[in-house]
Design a protein around this ligand. Structure first.
Ligand SMILES: Cc1cc2nc3c(=O)[nH]c(=O)nc-3n(C[C@H](O)[C@H](O)[C@H](O)COP(=O)(O)OP(=O)(O)OC[C@H]3O[C@@H](n4cnc5c(N)ncnc54)[C@H](O)[C@@H]3O)c2cc1C
Length: 411
């Protein structure tokens, strides 16, 4: 570790930390990026099923409805470094991108490692950013006369602790999901010791586990269905699209989209159900007329269902209601109910909801309102999005805002 004081120390070399360092690369400032793993961006490597859904190219008016809990907080940093800016910046590093269904942007190569490597190469080319891997930050303390003292553990052949001085610090340590990638909630501890409030965290974009889960469903994907989330008997969210049944439970785009509200409701002790409409394009009466027209009494109901449902869905659908008959079939097809018992924990949740309270962070600069010179970027904050590239864009925009403000601060 070089001696002397850094202008900016970035804690955490994930999506946000790498983007912050990339924006600062080549500029007139001395930056250190500290990452506890032996390589940066370990979580980035598993994003988008190894393909990295970099961002979503929707315009802000549509984009904002995918950001929680407060898209207004995200607006200034998105406007200053948008989804288009992200793509342009990565393209300028030589990374080609492609837009797919749902306006999701991926690297053309289909390899998430290419996104991570493009950022790392750009950082190295700048010449002013020192990248320290195998460096675990233990504490961040303000110095009496300004700036920060950072204590870190250097995990080389001989493990040793040391101190690093910085004028500004950006905390980009991520949340709690997929802890094996390095995000173990350290940033919450640093922020809380520095006087910040932490909004209680929950796993989000995670599988919902039904009562009496029928393992015959595992591997089934239902397309063009509609899903209603019920909390204590009332519908609180309705979505249309694709859902999958996995070993974990109900997930896929639809399952994930409702998981945020579902997990919050389960934690609050409410009764949560997921109701699937398998024939959303048909009114119940139209469906009834069709069944009456088509169904022949000499054919078993399960046989007839093979015309209406994917084969794998037929048995679990029949099993879900022993009273199923041709008379109640239209209602049941439009209301396949799963009462939700639990949810999959952080070990396999895509993101963490909750985190450092947005009330104590400037939405333009990401600077702490509690400790001057301290900044936040990415999932460590109480800011998260739907699947579809929204979470990486949160990391990228907030990182750019934080590092640009830190560079401009003149501290
Ligand atoms: C399986 C999976 C797939 C996903 N796919 C997508 C996708 O396709 N598109 C999308 O938009 N989002 C996706 N996400 C979400 C997205 O990856 C995260 O929201 C994003 O990575 C958050 O970036 P971050 O930099 O804030 O945190 P992270 O990427 O988690 O990075 C935090 C970094 O800080 C380091 N760190 C933590 N504590 C310390 C410490 N004390 N000292 C030093 N370093 C430390 C960690 O090792 C880690 O490298 C996915 C997530 C998962 C789990």
């Amino acid at each position: 570790m070089s001696s002397g004081e850094y202008d900016i120390v970035i804690v955490g070399g994930g999506a946000a930390g790498l983007m912050a360092a990339a924006v600062a690369a080549g500029k007139k400032c001395r930056v250190a990026l500290l990452e506890k793993n032996t390589e940066c961006g370990r979580k980035m490597l598993i994003t988008g099923k190894g393909r990295c859904n970099i961002t979503n190219s929707r315009k802000w008016e549509d984009f904002k409805s995918h950001i929680y809990p407060d898209s207004n907080f995200f607006r200034p940093s998105f406007m200053a470094f948008s989804n288009d800016d992200t793509v342009e910046f990565l393209n300028s590093m030589g990374l080609k991108t492609v837009e797919e269904r749902g306006m999701r942007v991926f690297p053309l190569s289909g390899r998430s490692s290419d996104v991570r490597d493009a950022l790392v190469s750009h950082i190295h080319r700048g010449g002013n950013v020192s990248l320290f891997t195998g460096t675990e930050v233990l504490s961040v303390n303000p110095r009496p006369k300004g700036g920060f003292d950072i204590t870190a553990l250097f995990l080389g052949n001989r493990m040793r602790a040391g101190h690093i001085a910085a004028r500004c610090v950006i905390i980009a340590t991520g949340g709690l999901s997929y802890p094996l990638t390095g995000s173990t909630g350290d940033g919450y501890r640093f922020a809380s010791r520095l006087g910040h409030s932490i909004v209680s965290t929950q796993p989000s974009l995670t599988a919902l586990i039904p009562y009496n889960y029928n393992f015959g469903l595992i591997g089934l994907t239902l397309r063009n269905v509609s899903l209603s989330l019920e909390v204590d008997g009332g519908v609180v969210q309705q979505e249309f699209g694709e859902l999958s049944f996995t070993k974990g439970g109900i997930e896929g785009a639809l399952g994930f989209r409702v998981s945020r509200k579902a997990v919050h409701a389960l934690v609050a002790g409410s009764k949560v159900s997921v109701v699937i409409d398998l024939k959303p394009a048909l009114q119940e009466q139209v469906l009834r007329d069709r069944i009456q027209r088509e169904y022949r009494k000499d054919v078993k109901l399960s046989r007839y269902l093979e015309r209406l449902l994917p084969l794998q869905a037929v048995k679990p659908f029949m099993d879900s209601d022993p009273s199923l008959s041709v008379n109640n079939l239209p209602v049941k097809l439009k209301h396949w109910r799963f009462d939700v018992k639990d949810y999959v924990d952080y070990s396999r949740a895509v993101v963490t909801s909750g985190g450092v309270s947005l009330k104590e962070i400037s939405r333009k600069t990401m600077e702490s309102k509690v400790v001057p010179g301290l900044y936040f970027a990415g999932e460590v904050m109480d800011l998260d999005g739907d699947t579809g590239g929204y979470n990486l864009q949160i990391a990228f925009s907030t990182a750019a805002a934080a590092v640009n403000a830190a560079m401009a601060s003149g501290r």
